[in-house]
Design a binder for this molecule. Structure first.
Ligand code: SF4
Length: 354
């Protein structure tokens, strides 16, 4: 039975069947839940039909106020819902939906750079790759990549020295961890590589992350063959699994990068009662949302805005916050699940020339 009849009466009286985003508030104005629908009235009323014990029944029982905002189309509703959930973390969304965490690969900006899996992008001069949805798998693959190439993964505070800094090394230094003896790290903590040797490996890692180098894969293949030749089949099978994971990661990197670069266009979306919108999407992120221009003056203004979006330098991955990463993944998913929507998109150059 509906635990909140007066709230239902208010929804019945005021809500319309059009696209929108809604928010449910509890006592003390706590934001309990955020949702979206192409038919707000129907969706909201459906909550009041829930049976005791269902999530919707619990939600309505705790809700004292519902607010909704109409938007022109489903795409915009989806984006706004995602941003509200990311920023406000409503209790019922968080409890009932597993929070999506994204990971990035960071190539640090240090005398002996490291390649690390991280969950946040900060403007620290490092280079970031991502976002990637599978955090745990990424952490393991990145650790293995560092091991294959010999990059260090010790804390930033570890002092590093290079072989060409001879004056520092007159007495020699012992390595600070076992990776030096295992041969999985070039060991700049004890001055084994020169600056150039270490830099070359960092460049290789970067090129691999950009999908432009196969060397780490070839290196693993060679080690696997060598282990098999020695008849060390156990180790060879460990290497084979590593190789497989690294290959999968490389394929994912290339595919994802291609998909994101592909998400650069103007997207016209028909809106409720003719309120069509134009979204300027660059590398998977919505850089501008405009009413679709009708008439010469509106078109001139829109053209200037669109030109600005696509001609100013792209900030790149630096400064990409988690909600922006979530936006890229959401836009990418939207077009992947709705291939026909691509027909509404136009490359920016073509739109600007029309
Ligand atoms: S061997 Fe030295 S440089 Fe390499 S990870 Fe260990 S402590 Fe760091």
């Amino acid at each position: 039975m509906n635990p909140n009849p007066s709230l239902r009466a208010r929804v019945r009286a005021a809500a319309e069947n059009r696209p929108g985003v809604y928010a449910m508030y509890g006592p003390g104005d706590e934001l309990l839940y955020v949702g979206k629908s192409v038919r707000v009235r129907t969706r909201l009323l459906s909550y009041f039909r829930a049976e005791r014990g269902e999530k919707a029944w619990e939600l309505i029982r705790e809700t004292s106020r519902i607010e909704w905002k109409y938007v022109p189309n489903e795409f915009e509703a989806l984006i706004r819902e995602m941003k509200l959930i990311q920023n406000r973390q409503p209790r019922f969304n968080v409890q009932h939906k597993r929070k999506r965490i994204y990971a990035f690969v960071k190539v640090t900006r240090e005398p002996a750079p490291r390649v690390l899996p991280v969950s946040r992008v900060v403007p620290d001069g490092a280079t970031y790759y991502g976002p990637f949805p599978r955090v745990r798998a990424l952490a393991r693959t990145i650790r293995e990549l560092a091991q294959v190439l010999g990059l260090r993964d010790c804390p930033a505070s570890t002092p590093v020295f290079f072989a060409d800094q001879l004056e520092i090394f007159r007495g020699g230094r012992p390595p600070r961890c076992i990776r030096a003896d295992l041969g999985t790290c070039l060991a700049p903590c004890c001055g084994r590589p020169s600056v150039a040797e270490y830099d070359a490996v960092v460049r290789l890692a970067t090129r691999f992350l950009e999908g432009r180098a196969e060397a780490p894969l070839r290196e693993l293949e060679a080690r696997m063959r060598e282990a098999a030749r020695r008849m060390d089949f156990e180790y060879a099978s460990v290497l084979r699994d590593r190789l497989e994971r690294l290959r999968r990661f490389r394929d994912e990197l290339v595919a994802f990068r291609g998909r994101v670069e592909n998400l650069t266009f103007l997207y016209r979306v028909p809106g409720f009662r003719g309120d069509d919108r134009l979204y300027a999407i660059r590398q998977g992120r919505i850089r501008a949302a405009l009413p679709y221009p009708r008439g010469a003056a509106a078109r001139r203004r829109a053209r200037a805005r669109v030109a600005e979006v696509f001609t100013t330098g792209d900030p790149g991955p630096e400064g990409l916050r988690p909600e922006e990463a979530a936006e890229i993944l959401l836009v990418s998913r939207w077009f992947r699940l709705r291939p026909r929507e691509r027909k509404r998109t136009v490359p920016p150059e073509r739109w600007l020339q029309a």
